[in-house]
Design a protein around this ligand. Structure first.
Ligand code: RB5
Length: 149
């Protein structure tokens, strides 16, 4: 099923971002940049992807930096976003089935292109299970998001 996918990276994820777009022509990508390997700041691009997903402009998003760590931290600060950093296919599938993750974070310096493509394919193709226990846990995540410390 083709999806409208927001995608963004910093310089360390730029090559992998371009590779994924080329390798998945069946999907529509809304690329927020970066547009070159010149050094830039991952929160800028992770935030743009996260906002496109939270607003419903895109149904899901992919963010890539060197490790995926900084980008996932940034994206998870946007209400409504559940960003999952996955460097294996099992975690990618589970992040959809159990966590209904709507943003996938990847480390361009961690995974090679072949594995990254398998992870992304699995993530895009796996639906949320919809099971009651998972809905209950997601509701608790939503409550945490609303809570003031
Ligand atoms: C950039 O050098 C690197 O820090 C960034 O891409 C990312 O890995 C941060 O989490």
């Amino acid at each position: 099923m083709p999806k409208r996918v927001a995608i963004g990276s910093d310089h360390a994820g730029y090559r992998l971002k371009e590779f994924l777009k080329r390798s998945l022509p069946e999907h529509e990508f809304c690329d927020v940049g970066t547009d070159s390997p010149e050094p830039c700041d991952y929160p800028d691009f992770a935030a743009q992807v996260a906002r496109q997903v939270a607003s419903g402009e895109c149904e899901c998003g992919i963010i890539i930096c060197g490790t995926g760590v900084g980008s996932s931290i940034a994206a998870n600060k946007v209400p409504g976003v559940r960003a999952a950093l996955c460097h294996d296919v099992y975690s990618a599938e589970m992040s959809r089935l159990h966590n209904d993750a709507n943003v996938l974070a990847l480390g361009g310096r961690v995974v090679g292109e072949g594995l990254a493509l398998r992870i992304v394919r699995a993530w895009l193709e796996t639906p949320f299970s919809g099971e009651e226990r998972h809905r209950r846990r997601l509701a608790k995540l939503q409550a945490l998001e609303r809570a003031t410390l």
